[in-house]
Design a protein. Structure first.
Length: 448
């Protein structure tokens, strides 16, 4: 009989796999792995499963739908990739695996080399020269935006423009900003804006992305179109850490699309403050000028009194009175005209407040949140039903059901071999017998 000491801790398979998984996940929070893809599968769930291998070893990989839908390419067997993820263990089968969060084609290194080569060539050709860069207008009447009409970049730009300088006109030249044909679309948009001459400055923008995503802005035809543009162009491509060829050729480079909108417009509040200060300065100048004219009139009147005769004095005095009245009337008229213009500008700026637009966007956000909540509830219910079905199947296949009916599992104690025939044992062998509740150890006396 095998003596099972109570001093030894006995693990279940489930507990062993669970603790092994936790140990792996705690010690490999994030890791990069390079290899070749094989056995790639994509079931209806949208998740990806594949093997990453090199010449000596391989590892199972899983990339779930929320992560893989951000990729711009679909993996396939044989391609060489770099995967970022965390090490884990699939407890159900005890399989060691890599949960992939990011996947990059090794071919991206080729794009980086092409980027550096083109940058050097255009630098030598003079396309980056500061002397060629045009200044941005201080008060643009119309602003052109070249970007995707459905991306986040255009929404960010419009939000900043309406907040800072709502009186400026906005013209959007829609274009592709990603893909093989995007570069030609961008060039056409720049040419169209220059031919129409309907804007004072152009914002060329798109959101962030990988080097491959931003590649249309690294094409030489785009660089040449920016260089030839008569209208000043400000580049707001990607995030602050992203640099493209378009950034170097453009007249001004902004770190983000929102920053480009900030650079191209004055602030409404600062502009109103400046107008108020100019108004005060103008009034002060008018008062000083009027005082000077009155002093001159007084001096002339005194001088005429000294010259005499009386008739000529009265005649000149009448002219002076007329000049004084005319001058005062003209000064007052100029003052009132200037004041009316200032009031008109103030009313126009006040009337362009974005409150109505904000309310519409808030309503749209509320509807979107409601739709998202409904979708999440439906998805959770579906996953719960799938889980319950899997549990039911697992229970149906469990060996514990067989043990409940009175059957037992006999294993040879020395190597835990499952016994299916009397030929596997000899008298004197110790056998472990697993029952529904507990385990016993027996010694073989005879074999029939």
């Amino acid at each position: 009989m095998l003596d099972i000491s109570h001093t030894h801790e006995i693990y279940t398979v489930s507990r062993l796999n669970r603790e092994a998984r936790l140990l792996l996940e705690e010690n490999f929070l994030s890791i990069w792995v390079e290899g070749e893809i094989s056995n790639f599968t994509s079931p209806q769930s949208g998740h990806w499963y594949f093997t990453l291998k090199d010449t000596a070893a391989q590892i199972r990989c899983a990339m779930f739908k929320p992560q893989n839908r951000r990729l711009t390419f679909t993996p396939k067997d044989g391609i060489h990739v770099i995967a970022k993820g965390r090490i884990s263990l699939y407890e159900g089968r005890g399989d060691f695996q890599l949960l992939v969060e990011l996947l990059e084609d090794v071919g991206i290194g080729k794009l980086q080399k092409e980027f550096e080569a083109l940058k050097k060539r255009l630098l030598e050709a003079g396309l980056f020269n500061v002397s060629h860069k045009k200044p941005l207008p201080s008060l643009p009447q119309s602003i052109g935006i070249i970007t995707s009409p459905t991306g986040a970049a255009v929404r960010d730009i419009l939000h900043v423009l309406k907040r800072r300088f709502p009186c400026a006109g906005i013209i959007i030249y829609p274009t592709l900003v990603q893909g093989e044909s995007a570069a030609n679309h961008i060039v056409q948009a720049i040419q169209t804006a220059n031919e129409r001459k309907e804007c004072d400055v152009i914002i060329l923008a798109r959101g962030g992305g990988s080097l491959e995503d931003l590649w249309p802005f690294n094409e030489e035809i785009v660089a040449q179109a920016i260089y030839r543009s008569v209208i000043p162009i400000i580049s707001g491509v990607g995030h602050e850490i992203d640099f493209t060829i378009a950034d170097f050729v453009a007249d001004v480079r902004a770190p983000t699309p929102s920053a480009a909108a900030e650079l191209v417009t004055p602030d409404k509040a600062e502009l109103l403050l400046s107008i108020a200060q100019l108004k005060k300065h103008l009034l002060r100048l008018l008062q000083q000028k009027l005082l000077q004219f009155r002093q001159q009139i007084d001096w002339i009147a005194k001088h005429l009194q000294q010259l005499h005769p009386q008739h000529r004095l009265l005649e000149q005095k009448q002219k002076l009175d007329l000049f004084e009245l005319t001058l005062v009337r003209l000064q007052l008229k100029s003052f009132h005209d200037t004041q009316a213009k200032l009031q008109t500008y103030h009313a126009q700026l006040t009337g362009l407040t974005p409150n109505h637009r904000i309310r519409d966007l808030q309503q749209q956000l509320t509807l979107a949140l409601q739709r998202m909540q409904s979708s999440m509830i439906a998805a959770l219910q579906k996953q719960q039903q799938l889980f319950e079905n899997a549990v039911a199947k697992l229970n149906a296949l469990s060996p514990l059901n067989t043990l409940k009916r009175g059957f037992a599992i006999a294993t040879l104690a020395k190597d835990q071999t499952i016994l299916r025939s009397t030929k596997q044992v000899t008298p004197g062998d110790i056998v472990d017998v697993q029952l529904m509740e507990g385990k016993i150890s027996c010694e073989i006396l005879t074999v029939n």
